[in-house]
Design a protein around this ligand. Structure first.
Ligand code: SF4
Ligand code: SF4
Length: 445
């Protein structure tokens, strides 16, 4: 694609990077076919190619964002399906990150939108605030139908509707601590505690810690780490996201330079995609660039690391039928497609993959709050495809997808690592049926 930036514009490194990305696009439109918003809405401006044109026009003309571009960029899930499809290697992720930051700087959103976004950015990255807000959400639940009827307040209704009926108690495993391995130590890793997942389902990291320590890996939860910054980054709040990244980099570098780390593990693939991008996010920070690159180089999804451990045969191979949902951040963001399914199969589960596996479930960070109608359509489509595989349980590697999918089906949704831990001697995950009462591998399979 031809671009027309002036030398003055290209002096801005963010613009220079976007110009390089734009030049790679050959307008072929292959990406439209796999874009969930184009598939759902059928509007070229809600496709990757359409958004690329809008961003190009805005940046080339040095314009402030306007309502049209904000509408179509806000509808983008950042699912990155377009990047998997694109034959030219267009780095849409960093282009849309730049567009979002530009929107945040140059566009004044309507009051209700501003308030809801500020509330989300204030609450979600902080587990104690999030826990309190979930308790308060229970009081607000009766008002969901009323709020849904008032257009600017629909995100508030979606937020209340998404809040779980009960919140699990805080888990000891989430505190800064070192978990010693069983037997001879064969590795040492840090695991990200993060923010929302630690509140919504602390059992996920507890299962990961059991699985790893049983396999001889020491697991450390370093003091000072917290939210990875992804939630605010996707809202264009670059400064807040970069601060979160710097804080985590400090916490992990202290461990790397202390007892050492073989890997930094993440059990939420949305966060994993962001931690793997810290090196890029902080590349222009003279103090943090090198440290952030070291952290990103060590970041792994839990399943990537567990694959290297050569786990023994499962002690509890149930044969249970598992529909594996690959989060967009897992398959498109981190290009991890094989490991979770291979681990589940090796642990004795019968793994089935739903049709249209490349399409987003509509979760996408805060998307299901800020764009509830499109998110609900995508969730229902995803659930239909999953239920067609007739699973006993649904497995995913991202808490956002788990919450979103669970909102549309009665089939239990658990994290991949909870099933792996169960097969290797851990407790049966909450809600998962006894194998005797659920679909298991058929004789012919
Ligand atoms: S990130 Fe996803 S929603 Fe956004 S343009 Fe790409 S495919 Fe479409
Ligand atoms: S597939 Fe790639 S090159 Fe083709 S229009 Fe989409 S982003 Fe551009």
């Amino acid at each position: 694609m031809q671009t027309n930036f002036t030398p003055e514009q290209l002096a801005d490194p963010a613009v220079a990077q976007s110009e390089q990305i734009l030049r790679k696009c050959v307008h072929c439109g292959f990406c439209t076919a796999t874009c969930p918003t184009y598939v759902t809405l059928g509007n070229e401006l809600d496709s990757p190619r359409g958004r690329i044109y809008l961003i190009k026009d805005m940046l080339e003309n040095g314009r402030a964002a306007d309502r049209e571009i904000v509408t179509h960029i806000d509808r983008c899930l950042s699912c990155l399906s377009c990047m998997t499809t694109c034959p030219s290697g267009v780095d849409y992720m960093h282009l849309v990150d730049h567009a979002r930051a530009h929107i945040e700087k140059t566009y004044r959103r309507p009051l209700a939108d501003r308030l809801i976004r500020s509330l989300l950015a204030f609450v979600l990255p902080h587990p104690s605030r999030f826990r309190l807000s979930l308790a308060a959400a229970r009081l607000g639940r009766p008002f969901v139908p009323l709020l849904r009827a008032i257009r600017p307040l629909k995100p508030l209704a979606a937020m209340l509707a998404l809040a779980p009926a009960s919140i699990p108690p805080a888990d000891k495993a989430a505190r800064p601590l070192t978990h010693r391995p069983e037997g001879v130590r064969r590795g040492r890793v840090a695991i990200l505690t993060g923010c929302a997942q630690a509140v919504l389902d602390p059992g996920i990291n507890a299962a990961a810690i059991r699985l790893l320590t049983r396999a001889g890996v020491e697991v450390v939860l370093p003091k000072g780490e917290g939210c990875c910054g992804a939630l605010v980054h996707h809202m264009g709040k670059e400064g807040q996201a970069f601060d979160a990244a710097r804080r985590n980099v400090d916490a992990w570098i202290a461990e790397i330079e202390g007892e050492g780390l073989d890997a930094i593990l993440v059990t939420a693939s949305g966060c994993g995609t962001t931690v793997k991008d810290y090196g890029h996010m902080l590349a222009r920070d003279p103090v943090y660039a090198e440290k952030a690159a070291r952290v990103s180089a060590l970041a792994r999804d839990l399943t990537e690391y567990v694959m290297t451990l050569d786990l023994p045969a499962p002690v509890n191979p149930t044969g249970l039928v598992v529909a594996y949902h690959s989060a967009c951040s897992m398959q498109h963001g981190q290009k991890i497609t094989r490991e979770p399914k291979a681990l589940l199969a090796a642990a004795g589960f019968t793994v089935r993959e739903p049709a249209e596996a490349h399409l987003c479930c509509g979760s996408a960070g805060t998307y299901n709050i800020l764009q509830p109608e499109i998110a609900a359509k995508l969730r229902d489509r995803k659930v239909r495809n999953i239920e067609r595989t007739r699973p006993a349980v649904i497995a995913a590697g991202n808490i956002g997808c788990m919450t979103q999918i669970a909102g549309g089906t009665a089939i239990p949704v658990v994290h991949t690592v909870e099933l792996l831990d169960w097969a290797h001697g851990g407790p049966r995950p909450r809600g998962v049926p006894e194998p005797a009462t659920a679909p298991v591998r058929e004789a012919a399979e």
